[in-house]
Design a protein around this ligand. Structure first.
Ligand code: GJV
Length: 415
């Protein structure tokens, strides 16, 4: 997903309409309500704009606004799914190499096929978003399904067809190029398998395609792999990241650069940090699952706003720099007495290409063993840009040694 650079510094103010409520969390920010008309004076960054509402002026999150279509450029012609860019990026090898090289990920799917091989016999499988076809090929190699529909929208599908042939599985695996939403099949399937998970589980929202495919193409009583998923959170230290991006400005080369710290905060701590690897030692408490998805029952409309609560008991003294998030997915067994297989992308499991996602607080907070950190998290899907969302964290620290502290922060991912 791309980020745009700031633009139109000297242009005339433009009218925008607020798509959601926004509560200012910093002194320079401006609160507003859904439907408010704001005048955007400048766009100093892609995410934070300088705007006016009823005579007050301040920073506003760009992703909460839609242009008032009375004039100016029209974004309604842009694809809210950004499919050209999205499927374009899956048309080259870079991402497929990253996913295939992720052994924990790929080996988990392989194990699921191996451990369920007798139940897969003579079954019809759909592998949604098959990429280079690895899961379909595992099915053909390690089990005896009657047919695997390998569905892939990107141009990689052409190569996948070749790989299927090269390995001698063209009788079993049928590669279908196109978006699953537009797919026509002669029959429904027994098993829908997909590797759809993004950062913080939902980012990219490929899960929507999986749910639509479930409702259209999965037989009654058919199987979903993964069968369930969860998002997990932990309060953590991130000392080296904090030093590198924030403490750095305290005294570089013997000079006081602290006036740049507010800028550093906007630039480095406004969005989550993807590809963070949290050391288990930096986790300040046991992690907590904040929500679960049942892949058989969850509805697309529920994804608009996913809410969860957390309650952590701090287990060791440290500096609370932020929250780290990751996900797990579970694959139910089809064999009698068979065990569930889990893919866990957290710090206590084998590393994966997703790594973890770090949400930095604006100010680090000292915490002590026995303190409690409770609060909630909301994943709010962007009403316009369907693959994006904003994560809002609200926390409360109760401590015997400190005053009770509360905080709220919203992180766009990315719009
Ligand atoms: N229809 C067909 N293929 C798709 C679709 C769709 N609606 N959505 C994604 N893909 N875990 N976040 C393909 C996409 O082109 C890519 O090859 C793969 O599914 C996603 C793989 C992992 N991404 C992820």
């Amino acid at each position: 997903m791309q980020k745009e650079e700031g633009e139109d510094e000297d242009a005339a103010p433009q009218e925008y309409v607020a798509l959601c409520d926004f509560t200012a969390s910093g002194s320079e920010q401006l609160s507003f309500c859904t439907g408010d008309a704001l005048l955007v004076h400048s766009k100093p960054s892609a995410d934070w704009w300088w705007a006016e509402l009823q005579g007050e002026i301040g920073y506003v999150p760009a992703n909460y606004l839609r242009q008032d279509t009375a004039g100016g450029e029209d974004t309604s012609l842009e694809d809210p799914w950004q499919d050209d860019e999205y499927f374009g990026s899956y048309g080259t090898l870079r991402l497929h190499l990253e996913m295939l090289s992720d052994r924990s990920r790929t080996e988990t799917y392989r194990q699921v096929i191996i451990r369920n091989s007798s139940s897969l016999r003579n079954k019809v499988v759909m592998d949604l978003g098959c990429g280079t076809g690895i899961i379909s090929l595992f099915c053909a190699q390690l089990a005896q399904p009657s047919l695997v529909y390998a569905v892939e929208a990107s141009s990689m599908a052409e190569h996948t067809r070749q790989l299927v042939k090269q390995n001698g599985y063209e009788e079993v695996v049928t590669v279908l190029q196109g978006r699953v939403e537009e797919l026509e099949l002669p029959e429904q399937v027994d098993i829908l398998v997909s590797e759809w998970m993004g950062n913080c589980l939902l980012f990219e929202f490929m899960v929507e395609s999986v749910l639509l495919a479930r409702d259209r193409w999965l037989k009654d009583g058919g199987v979903m792999w993964p069968s369930s998923a969860a998002l997990t959170l932990v309060p953590c230290q991130a000392d080296s990241y904090y030093s590198e991006k924030m403490a750095f400005w305290e005294r570089p080369y013997g000079l006081d650069f602290t006036p740049l710290q507010p800028l550093a905060q906007q630039e480095f701590f406004t969005k989550p940090k993807f590809s963070h690897v949290v050391d288990p030692e930096d986790c300040l408490s046991a992690p907590c699952d904040v929500f679960h998805l049942n892949m058989y029952t969850v509805q697309v409309t529920e994804l608009e706003e996913m809410k969860g609560e957390f309650h952590f008991c701090v287990t060791k003294p440290g500096i609370f720099h932020g929250f780290t998030a990751w996900f797990t997915v579970q694959f139910e067994s089809l064999e009698t007495g068979g065990a569930t297989v889990e893919l866990n992308t957290g710090p206590n499991s084998d590393p994966t290409h997703w790594k973890q996602t770090l949400f930095m607080l604006d100010e680090p907070i000292h915490v002590y063993a026995g303190d409690s950190i409770h609060g909630n998290i909301t994943l709010c899907r962007n009403p316009v840009w369907r693959r994006h969302m904003t994560v809002t964290l609200h926390w409360n620290i109760n401590s015997s040694t400190n005053d009770c502290q509360v905080g709220t922060k919203s992180f766009p991912m990315w719009r």
